[in-house]
Design a protein around this ligand. Structure first.
Ligand code: AMP
Ligand code: ZN
Length: 467
């Protein structure tokens, strides 16, 4: 299996540290709001990587954190006049709902930064003892960047370039050098804080991940992953911390997904051009979002647009309809010996499974893997029918289902109505009433009632609830 490694900028053969096992750490979101669809990209991509390893028989220990102490969380807590844990707990719960909707498996462990402070203090102490960190007079602890000889190896930057980038910036506080970064900082009024040997305060962001990876996966891990914006400085600093403290190579492979854009522009909160996963879920089943994300290779930028979502929806429906048809055939399929024709279909299916696997083994090319699934669907639609043996129908259906499962696509058709569908039906019912077409209006009410949607006519208009 080939994996593109940001460290070497090459596709490398994947060799696990321990045979049959994969230790994987994926940087998770900062929980101060609903996650947006950009945050969903690494979740979906690396969940698919995990699923493929599991399909190949690996035992995957998958760790993904929630960053639950951060300026953005603190600001939101101040805004709402609540404790910052109220904010982080709320958005962790919401994030988990979104993950479930996107069929992202829960991690083996989802550590919280605030529950790992002890480990962070211990790692910072080790770094100070080894001369890689120092305490400034105000209690801030900095990492001595220049002391770490390999600094820049992941982002392929050299210290001179970094230095040039800093020329305009004055040395703040008591840093020995402008390249030094924060490991521990003193508390400000109203902020959450913890005791430490240096001052009452809280950890820097980078130390969190070094410590959570060490705690749950050990000093050396197979894969460390996240969005490409994390390469520098976050992952570069994680390497500096972990390798200096543990004296071992931190992660063998570093994987980074490219960004999700909107209308060909960078999606960002400051530009206001972003959608939350929750907003998308009002219009689409989140399976469609997942399918859309996997329609491109994870290292290619991907543009989000209504047209592409519609195309993904149609593609997904094509697969689900084919599986439904195969399921229907099963009820009447006969126990029969396979003839020559069936053997030919089987060998075509086997060739397509190989094509799918070859795509996934080539640095998880999900776009090509999906093409192989479409070819299977076409084969099933044209070559499997009422005359096929039960064994063949089962084999074709089972194969398509298993390969979709690796992509996290649930092949069973859902009957559930989306909010947008419900609202469209309610609007149609209002129009039918205006047109005095009461038969249609009643029909819509009954259709909705059958799906557990209750309508209530109020003075402000029609309100609906799920039963
Ligand atoms: P954050 O909450 O900003 O730390 O981001 C959580 C994860 O989402 C990180 O792995 C980011 O790299 C990733 N991410 C944020 N925005 C995007 C985007 N527009 N496209 C792809 N990944 C993103
Ligand atoms: Zn991280």
């Amino acid at each position: 299996m080939k994996v593109f490694n940001t460290l070497s900028r090459k596709k490398e053969e994947f060799v696990p540290l321990e045979p049959g096992k994969v230790r994987m750490y994926v940087c998770g979101p900062t929980v101060y709001n609903f996650i947006h669809i950009g945050n969903a990209r690494p979740m979906i991509v690396f969940d698919t990587v995990r699923r493929y390893f599991e399909y190949k028989g690996y035992d995957v220990n998958y760790v993904s954190n929630f960053t639950d102490v951060d300026d953005k969380i603190i600001n939101k807590a101040i805004e709402e006049g609540v404790d910052s844990s109220v904010i982080s707990e709320r958005y962790i719960a919401e994030c988990k709902k979104d993950m479930e909707g996107m069929n992202v498996k829960p991690a083996t462990t989802h550590p919280l930064a605030t529950e790992e402070i002890h480990g962070m203090v211990a790692m910072i102490e080790t770094l100070i003892e080894k001369g890689y960190a120092y305490k400034a007079a105000d209690g801030t602890v900095y990492y001595r960047t220049r002391k770490f000889k390999d600094y820049g190896k992941l982002s392929h930057k050299n210290l001179e370039d970094l230095q040039a980038g800093h020329r305009e910036i004055k040395v703040v506080g008591e840093k020995e050098d402008e390249l030094d970064f924060v490991l521990w900082k003193p508390k400000k009024d109203g902020e959450p804080y913890w005791e430490s040997p240096w001052c009452k305060g809280r950890p820097g962001w980078h130390i969190e991940c070094s410590v959570m990876a060490k705690h749950y996966l050990g000093d050396e891990i197979d894969i460390h992953a996240g969005g490409e914006d994390l390469i520098f400085p976050h992952h570069e600093n994680e390497i500096a911390q972990s390798e200096a403290a543990n004296g071992r190579e931190f992660s063998k492979y570093w994987m980074h997904n490219a960004f999700l854009n909107i209308d060909n522009r960078k999606m960002s909160k400051s530009l206001g051009n972003f959608f939350t996963v929750r907003e998308i879920s009002e219009k689409y089943d989140l399976q469609v979002l997942r399918f859309f994300m996997l329609s491109a290779h994870y290292r290619s930028p991907l543009n989000f647009s209504a047209e592409l979502m519609e195309a993904s929806k149609n593609g997904l429906v094509r697969i689900l309809t084919a599986v439904e048809r195969l399921d229907g055939l099963l009820s009447s399929a006969a126990e029969a010996e396979p003839g020559e024709r069936e053997n030919a279909v089987r060998s075509q299916m086997k060739a397509l499974v190989e094509k799918y696997e070859a795509a996934m083994e080539d640095d998880f090319n999900t776009a090509d893997a999906i093409s192989a699934v479409f070819e299977m669907v076409k084969l099933a639609n044209t070559s499997v029918d009422e005359t096929s043996s039960r064994a063949l129908v089962e084999y074709v259906k089972g194969t398509v289902e298993a390969l979709c499962d690796v992509l996290g696509i649930i092949t069973e058709k859902k009957e559930e109505l989306l909010d947008a569908d419900i609202e469209a039906l309610i609007e149609e019912r209002q129009q039918a009433r205006k047109d005095r077409n009461f038969a249609r209006a009643d029909e819509i009410r009954d259709t909705l009632a059958a799906k557990g949607i209750l309508l209530k006519d109020t003075r402000e208009g029609v309100k609906w609830t799920r039963a």
